[in-house]
Design a protein. Structure first.
Length: 326
DNA sequence: AAACAGTGCAACCGCTCTGAC
DNA sequence: TGTCAGAGCGGTTGCACTGTT
């Protein structure tokens, strides 16, 4: 529209990394005059930078409320959740992450989360499971594959992908004891030996689990899987927990005190952007352990389905290495 | 120890959109 | 209605750091 460019390249304005002196000038000027009028700001502040560069430097780095350092896992969860709802609206996501900038979130997404989702077989754009992307061999051969990591996976993986993993994991039931109550009380699960790829191939998996086309309605899928699934429930994930976590009557070697999973959610609609408040109660039939998972965010509700619960209790208690492991 | 490749991140670029005037 | 400044976005670049060979 005939608009003059922000930065006139012919003027030889400085580019590249900011020096501490420049940062100080910009900070002092904004502290005195406040941000705004970026076009004239550099000249008034004695900076040989274009206004846009000053604005970006201020908003992305110098602003006093910027929180620097690594993203917490809660922040990662939040980003994934919000991205599933908002897409690449980084500023909207940043608005819900105090102290984080859109640029920082975008970079973090592209360099960390996106790669992780791809490794886990999740399409980072649609948040749908993509088994053609899933690196099953590395996932399942990991010596750290265990129940708790799968539960943690649940916070990031579309449950349908997780269901597949759980199906695969169930092939270990004949040889491995999943966990015992002591470990449960300590929120730790025993390490399950690596699954050989032969087992994966031989594992009976419903054919509709093998293609992304089996998830025509993601929100429906998520709702069905993540809402309530006590043992004996007819929903698919409930079946999985029943089939895989409860010992079968024919396998008496397995523990009988496997907890049932009872999820209760109190949630506000996602359309109300103010809150992802929800809680999850995890109850054990033998320990009556109740863990609260308030303020966790999870999964990919693309519709008006309620925000989904998370096993954040496990996540929060996990180590950095464990988090990186998936 | 040196060379190389991979990674993470700050910063930039070019463009569009929005709201004020 | 057109112009402009600011904001936002996707993509990219450059560089420092780290791991591998």
């Amino acid at each position: 529209m005939g608009r003059s460019p922000c930065c006139d390249k012919s003027t030889g304005l400085k580019k590249g990394p900011w020096t501490p002196e420049e940062d100080m000038k910009l900070t002092q000027y904004i502290q005195m005059h406040g941000p705004g009028n970026w076009r004239t700001l550099p000249k008034n502040a004695g900076l040989e930078r274009c206004g846009k560069s000053c604005r970006l430097r201020w908003t992305n780095y110098l602003r006093p409320d910027i929180k620097r350092g690594r993203f917490s896992f809660e922040e990662e969860e939040t980003i994934i959740q919000l991205h599933s709802v908002l897409g690449n609206k980084w500023s909207a996501i940043a608005a819900r992450l105090p102290g984080r900038t859109d640029n920082e979130i975008k970079n973090f997404w592209n360099t960390h989360i996106r790669k992780r989702l791809l490794r886990m077989g999740i399409d980072p754009v649609t948040h749908a499971p993509r088994l053609d992307l899933l690196d099953l061999s590395s996932l399942l051969s990991s010596p750290q594959l265990n129940l708790s990591s799968l539960l943690r996976l649940q916070t990031l993986v579309n449950p349908d992908a997780l269901r597949l993993a759980m199906n695969l994991l169930s092939s270990q039931n004949d040889q491995n004891q999943l966990f015992n109550s002591d470990q449960l009380q300590n929120h730790q699960a025993p390490v399950i030996q690596p699954i050989h790829f032969d087992n994966i191939i031989n594992q009976q998996i419903p054919s509709n689990d093998l293609t992304t086309s089996s998830f025509p309605n993601q929100s429906q899928s998520m709702q069905g899987n993540m809402g309530h699934f006590p043992v004996g429930s007819t929903n698919s994930t409930g079946q999985i927990f029943q089939n895989n976590l409860k010992p079968t009557t024919s396998d008496q070697s397995l523990p009988t005190d496997i907890p049932s999973f009872c999820y209760q959610m109190k949630s506000d609609s996602l359309s109300d952007n103010s809150s992802f408040d929800q809680s999850l109660n995890y109850s054990s039939s033998t320990t009556n352990t109740n863990l609260s998972f308030d303020n966790s965010v999870l999964s990919t509700p693309l519709s008006s389905s309620p925000p989904l619960n998370s096993a954040s209790g496990f996540i929060n208690g996990s180590t950095e290495d464990e988090r990186d492991s998936f």
